[in-house]
Design a protein around this ligand. Structure first.
Ligand code: GRF
Length: 211
């Protein structure tokens, strides 16, 4: 993957994709209230209705849309529909903030090199939907969160930043995940703001800030 994204007129328009409580989205909403952060969330999209992430966007006055897999004949049709729904808002960057679907080839063709995701583990360890549980089961002493660009794999794209969290002996998946989410939210806010304001270059697996 190679991509040059020179810094652009501020604020930089973003679409954020969510599937759940949206605390990660909320951190971006809060950061974007500061005009010096240089980002405007132009829409929030979800793969399901009735989630707190959509309610958070509504409360912030941000347009929302829902694109459900079950509303389409197959995943490829859903992928195309999601791509169109996001493209309507003409984002410079797309942020996965707890979005629990794999983005397909249509989406990657349209937004490849401009899609950022967070994962609650230290990639390449423990990719997939159960990163926290898998790390705990494996018995690691440290885990954490990764901010990365999305490519055609599952949590395999170029890494932007990582933050470490120690595992406590009495941690459950829930307690560990909540502690990870604290550092994950701060990391995503830092990464998105820097990438948006300074631009970046993607050269293979290397991410260089500042275009
Ligand atoms: C985050 O830890 C994200 O990495 C994972 O699910 C969590 C989303 O939390 N996929 P929230 O919905 O933003 O509160």
């Amino acid at each position: 993957m190679s991509h040059t994204d020179s810094s652009r007129a501020l604020p930089v328009p973003l679409v954020v994709l969510v599937s759940g409580s949206g605390s990660t989205l909320q951190a971006l909403i809060d950061a974007a209230t500061d005009p010096t952060y240089g980002v405007r969330i132009v829409a929030v999209g979800a793969d399901r209705d009735g989630i707190e992430g959509l309610a958070r966007a509504d409360r912030a006055g941000i347009p929302t849309f829902v694109c459900r897999v079950s509303d389409h004949p197959d995943r490829a049709a859903w992928d195309r529909a999601l791509t169109c729904a996001v493209a309507t808002h003409e984002p410079a960057l797309v942020i996965g903030a707890g979005f629990m679907k794999i983005l397909g080839p249509a989406f990657l063709a349209r937004f490849g090199g401009r899609i950022i995701n967070t994962h609650p583990a230290l990639l390449p360890s423990f990719p997939g939907a159960h990163g926290v549980r898998d790390a705990l089961t494996h018995g690691v002493k440290v885990t954490g969160a990764t901010c990365h660009f999305v490519d055609a794999g599952v949590d395999t794209g170029p890494i932007i930043d990582q933050r470490v969290v120690r595992v406590d002996p009495d941690d459950t998946e829930a307690t560990l995940h909540e502690r990870i989410k604290v550092v994950e939210r701060a990391m995503l806010v830092d990464c998105v703001g820097t990438l948006a304001r300074a631009g970046y270059q993607l050269d293979g697996r290397q991410v260089r800030l500042g275009a």
